[in-house]
Write a protein that binds this ligand. Structure first.
Ligand code: XMP
Ligand code: MG
Length: 173
């Protein structure tokens, strides 16, 4: 696999959309305080940019779900890190890098519900709707993309390319 020459989404485009998403989120929560739960590792970059535009009372937790090997979903995610406290009775905004089949987000929501948050809303930077296998409620969505495997801005291919500031497609050699 190799990187596309041109980004699919340029750094400035991503940054502008993050500003818009933050405005949508602030508007939706109004005066209510909430906890951002960032799904590691991929959403760490997006989450860090997003929370800097949210109210200063916003609290942040991390959850670690791993489901992909190479460019293939490896079934239901395993939780390597789970924020036991800090979620119960809180309004939770789940922040994920990309929604693909939907299995990861569905499993994360199911796991979070076990610790009784006051509510869960979901924000994804990227959505590949053509790949959906399970319905997932998403309130905030950055970009809809076609069925490409993408890397950069936190997204990886076998752990590489997360550090790229823009989002690129992975192409066959
Ligand atoms: P599902 O299929 O469960 O997938 O909705 C969501 C998780 O899979 C990863 N994923 C990708 N990672 N480029 C990536 O780097 C992609 O194009 C891609 N598609 C899915 C991602 O980690 C997400 O948490
Ligand atoms: Mg991920």
């Amino acid at each position: 696999m190799r990187l596309s020459d041109e980004p699919l989404l340029h750094t400035a485009e991503i940054a502008a959309r993050v500003v818009e998403l933050a405005a949508e989120i602030r508007h939706a929560y109004g005066e209510a305080t909430f906890t951002v739960v960032v799904v590691l590792k991929g959403a760490a970059w997006f989450g860090a940019d997003l929370v800097r535009l949210l109210p200063p009372t916003t609290t942040v937790e991390f959850i670690r779900a791993k489901s992909y090997v190479g460019d293939r979903s490896a079934g239901p995610p395993e939780f390597a890190l789970f924020p036991e406290s800090g979620i119960t009775d809180q309004h939770v905004l789940l922040v994920e890098d990309i929604l693909d089949t939907g299995h990861t987000l569905a499993a994360v929501c199911e796991r979070l519900l076990k610790v009784c948050p006051a509510s869960i809303k979901t924000c994804v930077l990227l959505d590949k709707p053509s790949r959906r296998e399970i319905a997932v409620d998403v309130q905030f969505r950055g970009f809809e993309i076609d069925d490409h495997f993408v890397v950069g801005y936190g997204l990886d291919y076998n752990e590489q390319y997360r550090a790229l500031p823009a989002i690129y497609r992975m192409l066959p050699e």
